[in-house]
Design a protein around this ligand. Structure first.
Ligand SMILES: *Cc1c(COP(=O)(O)O)cnc(C)c1O
Length: 394
């Protein structure tokens, strides 16, 4: 099928709820993507941090091929080896909890919200506090949890029982808590909000407030988890442990998969029949995700994310000294936000024309999230293009 036929299929048969760039991506390999015109793109965004081992990593591909030829799906009335193996990886690299599997970030957060409520239902608590500029997904409950009005428009009435406070502000949390509050939910690093990093004292303060008030601390690590910050999970930079953590995006390096982990004690509240997902934890997704953990270990990618993150920040800060248009550089590891003094969409578009994939978030922030096994060579290539374009708008 040629490009115009493919675009025509979308025009005719696909709901236009995305604004798409007019390229048809045909193939990916490592840090590169190719479109149907044969143009190559250097991908330093990894599709919202999903393809965090690069496109079509051979170990993940092999795990999927073997699993696809063995067993793709069994319902959760049975056991299968990959689901248990993946749960053990998540648990062993975090806080020794137990996992529920689903198929996306929104579903993982939906599960977290439901768990917080059912766990607290005997105490009559149901309210959840979330942060302004957060992003938790597009189902009705998770979009309600997402405290950004632009995601709410047209979907009223939203779900009851959510309250919004400013990120990194403990005082507002204290004021917002009442005897019905069962959870505080946040991203340790806000992704869609513009790469906003939680302060250390703030996270510790939240943990204490939750402990003192019998409230569950829910961390959404859908974007910042799985090695992105140089540790498996972003909360591990803070010397605290959440009660519930959610994962998705890079968990399966592109395979649709989501997970919610919680302590064994809290997990007991999700009794049989209370929550479920038909596809959740299927052998194919879990085999791919388990392979992701194996590659992170075998290739030393936490270490690489730290090193390449430091290198990137150093290089970008050098650029920012030369270019007045850069307002601030933020993030941890390979989760990088470059805030401009002007809207960033046009810059990102021009990078794309030059064959570099980045993203614009929160209007003025260029978001850079390379694969965890990125090398200096590709960071340099990408920043060379970015700098060139920033010069023209400086
Ligand atoms: C992308 C994202 C979600 C939603 O994930 P989906 O898979 O699109 O449902 C939730 N939380 C955060 C922090 C995200 O970045």
């Amino acid at each position: 099928m040629n490009k115009s036929e493919i675009l025509a299929n979308y025009d005719n048969y696909v709901i236009p709820n995305y604004s798409r760039h007019p390229f048809v991506i045909a193939r990916g390999d490592g840090v590169h993507l190719w479109d149907t015109d044969g143009k190559r793109y250097l991908d330093l965004f990894s599709g919202w941090a999903v393809s965090s081992l690069g496109h079509c990593h051979p170990v993940v591909t092999k795990a999927m091929q073997e699993q696809a030829a063995t067993l793709v799906h069994v319902p959760n009335i049975f056991y299968s080896e990959p689901q248990g193996r993946l749960a053990k990886y998540i648990s062993g690299n975090s806080f020794q909890g137990q996992c529920f599997f689903c198929n996306s970030g929104a579903e993982a957060n939906e599960a977290a919200i439901k768990l917080a409520r059912i766990h607290s239902s005997k105490k009559g608590k149901y309210k959840i506090i979330t942060m302004k500029d957060s992003f938790h997904g597009r189902t009705l409950a998770t979009v309600t949890a997402t405290a950004q009005p632009k995601y709410h428009n047209g979907f009223a009435p939203l779900i009851e029982g959510f309250a919004y406070v400013s990120f990194n502000n403990l005082k507002e949390i204290e004021d917002a808590i009442d005897d019905k509050t069962c959870g505080i939910m946040l991203e340790p690093i806000q992704g869609e909000g513009g790469i906003n990093v939680a302060d250390k004292e703030y996270m510790k303060g939240l943990r204490k407030i939750c402990d003192d008030n019998d409230i569950l601390l829910i961390l959404d690590e859908v974007q910042c988890g799985m090695g992105r910050t140089g540790k498996y999970f972003a909360y591990q930079h803070y010397d605290i442990t959440p009660d519930i953590m959610t994962l998705a995006k890079s968990l399966g390096n592109g395979t649709a998969v989501g997970a919610m982990e919680t302590s064994k004690e809290i997990a007991g509240s999700l009794v049989p029949g209370s929550h479920a997902s038909t596809f959740g934890g299927n052998p194919l997704a879990c085999a791919a995700s388990a392979a992701v953990f194996e590659v992170i270990e075998s290739e030393g990618l936490l270490d690489n994310a730290t090193k390449m993150g430091n290198y990137s920040f150093e290089q970008i800060r050098n650029i920012s000294k030369e270019l007045d248009v850069i307002k601030e550089v933020r993030g941890i590891g390979l989760m990088i936000g470059v805030e401009l003094k002007i809207p960033a969409a046009e810059v990102v578009k021009r990078c794309m024309e030059k064959g570099l994939l980045l993203n614009c978030t929160h209007d003025t922030v260029i978001r850079i999230m390379p694969q965890l096994n990125i090398t200096k060579e590709y960071i340099d290539q990408g920043l060379f293009i970015l700098k060139d374009i920033l010069k023209t708008v400086n």
